[in-house]
Design a protein around this ligand. Sequence first.
Ligand code: A2P
Length: 299
Amino acid sequence: MTANTPQITLNNGVTIPALGLGVFQSPPEETAGAVETALHAGYRHVDTAAAYFNEREVGEGLRRSGLDRDEVFLETKVWINDYGYEATRPAFDKSAGKLGVETIDLLILHQPMPSRFDLTVQAYKGLESLLADGKVRAIGVSNFMPEHLMRLVAETDVVPAVNQIEVHPYFQQTAVQDANTKHGIVSQAWSPIGGITFYPGWGGDDRRSTLDDPTIREIAERHGRTPAQVMLRWHLDQGRQAIPKSTNPARIAENLDVLGFELAAEELAAIDALHTGVRGGPDPESITLAEHGAEIPEA
Ligand code: A2P
């Protein structure tokens, strides 16, 4: 069964399902099963990253699903240790090798590295060459702030297809979303149901979970839906691509089942009003090799 997930057309004409499976923090031993379950439930997009260290298991899940390679949109990310023009092709080979595929649908830079923006630009130029060679179908970035986008676009030829950023009701980054729109870049929401607001071990004990938010709960009850479904519907209605992470079969299915209800304009506005300004992930300005470096093993 294939769910009727709407598609989003990227700026180079390639289409991506509006909802995909996220696997950030999916333990490798649970990842293949989650991917297989999601593909059987109707997902056709999986987002991983070299630095999640579970690309091999994503590939395993794809093969176990029995689907053809071209039925599934695979996205992964180059980690900062592999930045630089010459380093990007070996980074592609590592990811493609672990995934067990010849081409990657969407390959993006995981972070800007503001202290070495020259290397970030060179890495992006490496992605451009992979695109020209047909190794990838689209290229993009993640966690880029408007000034990073401006500098990148000024120094390179291909406008990123996506900018994957933290967006959930408590942290919405509207200025980044506006900059993306201005450049013709699709905003992809990571942690779209606010998992980052309740992951064990992240942030302080006083943090509130988006899943327990009274406004979201009330809207969910009104529609006979769950808070996660309401948040995902909010993303789709505002034109964002979203990648909820789950390794639980019931929640994987729940997160794709978001088309049978509609949010009213005032409900969307009520969710917009929940923005707290508190970022869950690291400040993109702070990313350095010294603090965040991690060797990405060969395939
Ligand atoms: P689990 O994998 O056990 O389902 P995000 O993608 O916004 O970061 O959210 C991921 C977190 O939310 C994970 O902890 C995941 O746990 C949990 N989660 C995913 N889907 C749902 C859901 N429908 N309801 C409640 N929690 C969910």
